[in-house]
Design a protein around this ligand. Structure first.
Ligand SMILES: *Cc1c(COP(=O)(O)O)cnc(C)c1O
Length: 400
């Protein structure tokens, strides 16, 4: 990592291609006995190289915008037919592009969206397969910003209203009620809420079948959490537990299962490498100022998320309690507060671990800072998969 940082500069995202493959393989293996498609949630990390890698392994994609659809097209045209389109605010151009691409499934989140979908399908002469994303009113313990399965959240349609909406949709010939979908949130560590949500969905599917709908897909969403701490983590065991919970929720239901994992596949395959610029003391506090900031990795600022921070040269010696912060002009621009860290000095390299998900995909140009470069490690090789943004590129769209 140190030599990659020398070659490409910092801050730098570094990913392990092999770990991404491995994680995808865990889902494939755990659901082997059931017809299923793993639709990687693009928003977790939308790098084209990662998407192409997953597409080659047979992945589908869960998208939330027309932009992400364009990414699928660039990464793998063949994967367009394995795309599911989620999101509460789909626009006409996005719906049209997805109809035109003949994606697998629209996960519809409101009655007005369903009406618009019917209208656009008719206008384009394309039949739209859809699933209602139901809100099962299941509590999943996670950060409130990434919990989505309660009726107080903006996501999905109240599961109690779903049957009536499917009934109405059946009268529209441009709509094909092909599935039911659910997604209760992200970074969920206990698997019971997944089982509870799916149990409700499975009961709904049984009702819908009795009503005469030809439901072929059940979409269980994503949300399986990882461990951001320093302890042992057994991903295979976690996916097995998850699969057992889903099986419990599904019971004898045989519809084609769609899964939308994002974080679990890429988070731990990525690190953000950054260089220490300064170390300074203010009162009782010691601040380690790095060249990465909240614009490069916003999770600590946005969710108070924990990332392990390790010096690349395993410096021996005393550890001190420090705040690790970036150069951005916000007190919320921190990576760690009161963290025990081996003493580092200006010029040292440190890595923020488990930064592969919701890192680069949430990066911004705040403070007019160019977004970092990304490197993929593939066996003994590595390659630049996205060059560092230049000042020129950053200002290109503007007119003074
Ligand atoms: C964000 C999201 C996912 C992925 O969630 P992870 O926690 O990254 O697995 C899957 N489905 C939908 C609808 C989402 O919004």
């Amino acid at each position: 990592m140190a030599s990659l940082a020398e070659a490409h500069g910092t801050p730098l995202y570094v990913y392990s291609g092999e770990q991404i493959d491995e994680r995808f393989g865990l889902f494939q293996a755990a659901f082997h006995d059931r017809p299923h498609t793993v639709c990687y949630a693009v928003k977790a990390n939308s790098s084209l190289a990662i998407m192409r890698r997953l597409a080659k392994l047979g992945a589908g994609f869960d998208i939330v915008s027309g932009g992400e659809l364009e990414r699928v097209r660039k990464a793998s045209r063949a994967a367009l037919k394995r795309v599911v389109f989620s999101g509460v605010g789909k626009q006409v151009w996005e719906i049209d592009a997805a109809l035109d691409a003949e994606i697998l499934l629209f996960n519809v989140e409101s009655v007005s969206e369903l009406e618009l979908l019917a209208e656009r399908a008719k206008a384009l002469g394309k039949r739209a397969r859809f699933a209602l994303r139901v809100n099962p009113d299941v509590f999943a313990e996670t950060h409130p910003y990434i919990s989505t399965g309660l009726s107080e959240h903006k996501f999905g349609i109240d599961i109690k209203q779903a049957r009536a909406i499917y009934k109405r949709a059946a009268r529209l010939k441009w709509l094909d009620a092909a599935g039911v979908s659910v997604h209760i949130g992200s970074q969920i560590r206990k698997v019971d809420p997944f089982a509870a949500a799916l149990e409700r969905v499975t009961a709904l599917i049984a009702e819908l079948r009795r009503d005469g709908h030809d439901i072929r897909y059940v979409d269980a969403g994503g949300g399986l959490g990882i461990d951001y701490g320093a302890g042992e983590f057994d991903p295979a065991h976690q996916v097995e537990k998850y699969a057992t919970a889903l099986e419990k929720g599904l019971g004898g239901e045989t519809a084609h299962l769609l899964l939308e994992p994002g974080r679990f596949i890429v988070a731990q395959a990525g690190a953000l490498v950054t260089r220490v610029l300064y170390v300074k003391k203010n009162g009782a506090k010691t601040f380690v100022i790095t060249d990465a900031a909240m614009n490069d990795l916003i999770r600590p600022s946005l969710y108070h998320a924990h990332h392990e921070i390790v010096p690349l040269k395993q410096a021996r010696g005393v550890s001190v309690k420090v705040d690790v912060v970036g150069p951005v002009c916000e007190s919320g621009d921190f990576f760690a507060r009161d963290r025990e860290l081996v003493r580092v000095k200006p010029g040292d390299l440190v890595a923020l671990l488990d930064a592969g998900a919701y890192g680069m995909s949430l990066a911004s140009n705040y403070n007019t800072r160019p977004r970092p470069a990304e490197v993929m490690v593939e066996g003994a090789e590595s390659r630049l998969i996205r060059r560092r943004e230049s000042l020129r590129e950053m200002l290109a769209g503007e007119q003074a």
